[in-house]
Design a protein around this ligand. Structure first.
Ligand SMILES: [Mg+2]
Ligand SMILES: [Zn+2]
Length: 188
């Protein structure tokens, strides 16, 4: 069971928490989007456990290492006022590479990171929310009891909307950014 009856908020990283760039290779590429810290404070105050789930194939591509990513997340954690409980990532490519050459079940849209979080942190999905700028961020939650919110703060929204439609998925809500998503979620 989730500690103290808390709900979980699964958040994508790039394009949802920080500005979308092709790859964040070091902290100079890390720009937290406007309103995000306040939105995280509001989620936290509303008893949500915040878990960041992110595809980081830049590791498999050899653009940065696990140690680089750990440093990026340590820096991000400070900038986010230490509000997220965990940061889980998939370092793989769909077709492997750089010693990561196996098909994995953690690269979004696969749901592996959600299940990993559930097991690692003792969370329950029911009553939780999944927020991201990419179709694959929301598709990973298919069939799970999570509210899904598409945010337009990252990848071009029309393309992602089309991908969702192709996959036969309609998110529960679409919002301009994380702050607006949290407004809607918390009924502000
Ligand atoms: Mg994203
Ligand atoms: Zn993976």
């Amino acid at each position: 069971m989730t500690p103290r009856g808390k709900k979980v908020a699964f958040l994508d990283r790039d394009g949802t928490i920080n500005a979308e760039v092709s790859f964040v290779r070091d902290v100079t590429g890390l720009v937290v989007l406007p309103g995000v810290v306040d939105a995280l404070h509001r989620l936290h105050a509303a008893d949500y456990e915040i878990v960041v789930v992110t595809n980081q194939s830049g590791i498999a591509r050899g653009l940065y290492t696990e140690a680089d990513l750990a440093h990026i997340h340590a820096t991000l954690h400070e900038r986010l006022h230490r509000l997220p409980r965990a940061y889980l990532h998939c370092p793989h490519l769909p077709d492997g590479g750089h010693g990561y050459g196996h098909a994995c079940d953690c690269r979004k849209p696969a749901p592996g990171l959600l299940h990993e979080a559930r097991e690692l942190l003792g969370l329950q999905f029911a009553g939780g929310v999944l927020i991201g700028d990419s179709a694959r961020d929301l598709l990973m939650g298919r069939g799970l009891p999570l509210t899904t919110i598409h945010v337009r703060s990252g990848k071009p929204a029309a393309e992602q909307r089309a991908l969702l439609r192709e996959a036969g998925m309609e998110p529960d809500h679409e919002a301009a950014d994380l702050a607006a998503a949290v407004d809607w979620l918390l009924g502000a």
